[in-house]
Design a protein around this ligand. Structure first.
Ligand SMILES: Nc1ncnc2c1ncn2[C@@H]1O[C@H](/C=C/CNC(=O)c2cc([N+](=O)[O-])cc(O)c2O)[C@@H](O)[C@H]1O
Ligand SMILES: [Mg+2]
Length: 214
């Protein structure tokens, strides 16, 4: 009955997931996205790649651009070590409101700070507002034409350090061609493509993992 897709996803979580169990929350969203109504979550297949990169990096401070309903927020937060934090940025208040409820339902709210507003405005304020020196991990999953400007902004604001890992969703579908050119041609990044499929579909998509070299 929810009027928007995020609201319908929240209902699916409340109906099918177990409170405090992050795995059941993102599994309920995957079930919904695969069997009820396609949704732009990173999903279960690419989610396994996200999980493995996260486990390898084990970030103390992580950033997510584009919360949407909080699927990847929950997926990331569940793997963070005690004391580690994820800052997630979302400029649509309605989506942010749903994401907060999904994050809370999963029980990962203590690890997550959801900041409402456009990434372009918020990134320059990260240091002063959150006392961050630099990010260990960044997940890019917002509008695809913002990947390059926001990556440059993160560089210019000194928010990347030698070894920071950027992981970008959808570099094939819908595609982020300028971003691929940027990170693959820059001597400041060591980039690698992880081939997969678009969420809940057979279309090719993948994640680009780029390590900032300083
Ligand atoms: N500058 C900004 N600052 C803060 N929040 C921002 C933002 N730009 C966008 N957002 C938010 O991030 C989400 C957008 C995701 C775009 N993904 C997509 O368009 C997308 C599309 C497909 N697809 O069409 O197959 C598949 C996918 O996995 C996708 O992520 C929305 O929640 C939007 O409100
Ligand atoms: Mg995506």
């Amino acid at each position: 009955t929810g009027s928007t897709q995020p609201q319908r996803m929240l209902e699916a979580v409340q109906k099918n997931a177990t409170k405090g169990d992050p795995e059941s929350v993102f599994s309920a969203i995957d079930y919904y996205g695969r069997h009820k109504e396609w949704a732009m979550n990173v999903g279960d297949e690419k989610g396994l790649i996200l999980d493995s990169v996260l486990t390898e990096v084990n970030p103390s401070i992580a950033l997510e651009l584009g919360t949407y309903c909080g699927y990847s927020t929950v997926r990331i937060a569940r793997l963070l070590s005690p004391g580690s934090k994820l800052i997630t940025v979302e400029f649509n208040p309605a989506f942010a409101a749903v994401a907060r409820q999904i994050i809370a339902y999963a029980g990962v709210q203590d690890k997550v700070t959801l900041v409402e507003g456009p990434s372009g405005d918020l990134i320059p304020k990260m240091k002063e507002r959150f006392g961050i020196k630099s990010f260990d991990f960044v997940f890019l999953d917002h509008w695809k034409d913002r990947y390059v400007p926001d990556t440059k902004l993160l560089e210019d604001c000194g928010l990347l350090r030698k070894g920071t890992v950027l992981l970008a969703d959808n570099v094939i579908c819908p595609g982020a061609p300028e971003y691929l050119k940027y990170v693959r041609n820059s001597p400041r990044y060591e980039s690698r493509y992880f081939k997969s499929n678009l969420e809940y579909s057979k279309v090719e998509d993948g994640l680009e993992k780029s390590v900032f070299l300083g």
